[in-house]
Design a protein around this ligand. Sequence first.
Ligand code: UDP
Length: 471
Amino acid sequence: MSSSEHGVHVLIFPFPAQGHILPLLDFSHQLLLHGIIITILVTPKNLPILDPLLSIHPSVKTLVFSFPGHPSLPFGVENVKDVGNSGNAPIIAGLSKLYGPILEWFKAQPNPPVAIVYDFFLGWTQDLAQELGVPGIVFYTSGALLVSIMGDIWRNFGAYKGLGFVEFNGLPKSPRFVREHLPSVFQKFKEGDPTWEMVRNGFIANGKSFGSVFNTFEALESEYLGFLKKEMGHERVYSIGPINLVGGPGRIGKSNVDDGGNERVFTWLAECDDGSVLYVAFGSQKLLTKAQMEALTIGLEKSGVKFILVAKQLSAQQEEQGYGSVPKEFEERVLGRGLVIKGWASQVEILGHRAVGGFLSHCGWNSALEAIVAGVLILGWPMEADQFINAWLLVENMKTSVRVCEGPNSVPDPIELGRRISEAMSNDLFKGKAKKLRDEALEAVKIGGSSKRDLDLIVRELTQLKSRKFI
Ligand code: UDP
């Protein structure tokens, strides 16, 4: 009998979006290093994303089902990157039609998985796990504060519905937000719509999971991890991050700076003083409007600070829709002081360069963790989704970051923006706090650290599942 027929086997079910799939693959890498047998469920167009993992671990099995589709998705779309955030709900609903095929597959396995580890957007998997009699373990590619808030909102949806301002008094430190700054899922939720009801039920079902794994670490979110343990009534709430610090194949293969290449960027950085450069980027999806791009570029120019600006290449249609490219002549005007990357940047490597001291960021969770790991000061401009909540955690709660603008449509006053950038970049107190948080993240993943301990605990839990019947 081969080890794949009797070892501890786990089914991994990622959600097909950049910020979701890579951290879960990194976590899978960690499980593989601990000898766990892994099958990963994807739809055909997402299969290439697994290549780096498969090249390191040829033993990984893939379970490929055709994407069942959804009426509101263009034909052929299987990943959020092809449609933007509006694709989340229909992709969740589309994937839920795999319930039956997964059930059948499970029953046909000689060594069926002892657990299903699924992305938190796919909460319907919890019912499937229950029907199969195996534990469902939810993997959160987000922070514990966000999940605490989401749980609270779903529980009190009726009470919060009409409010312009929500104060979460049941949570540590009572965070408060204007309605527009709550996660997009609440702004978009349509009561009675089957797709949205499925999304809501999925998030609620996550709370009943056997265990929860978070890409976060205790020094950053201990009070919210503790809160969730109480809420869930057990200790199986694991923080194993920052997963990008532990390392894994999710990080490989996305470093094609397309205009001049990495060499141009790193040659330029090599000439800059330690901590002097501001890196400016807004994640994998967000596009700035023409007015925002103009204000940002003027602000950068006025700040007097050295910078790298990442600007996505726009299609003709996006330009017609009012999105903005870097204004002509800007690069010439800032020659020597600023660099523009058009397209995809090697964000992790750039943040890790000794010359980079600040990151003007939309506060996406992955970007935030990458900045923390690099010990770089975050200058937040939260725009949508979970970003306002992440910014609250970093700015108001941890007091390790500053906010320079907020809102998806806000156009900052360029003079004021320039002043805030220049002030932040010369603030040694904040830069020192960023370094301290980095040290705490480093400690967390070392032997004896909280994330290493939790990773070992979850591995032990999975291994023990093999020898006991789960009810
Ligand atoms: N990213 C990158 N280069 C880019 C833009 C984004 O490497 O030019 C990566 C970034 O390092 C991060 C992810 O894409 O890992 C973005 O995730 P995040 O949660 O920050 O934001 P989202 O894209 O989900 O809004």
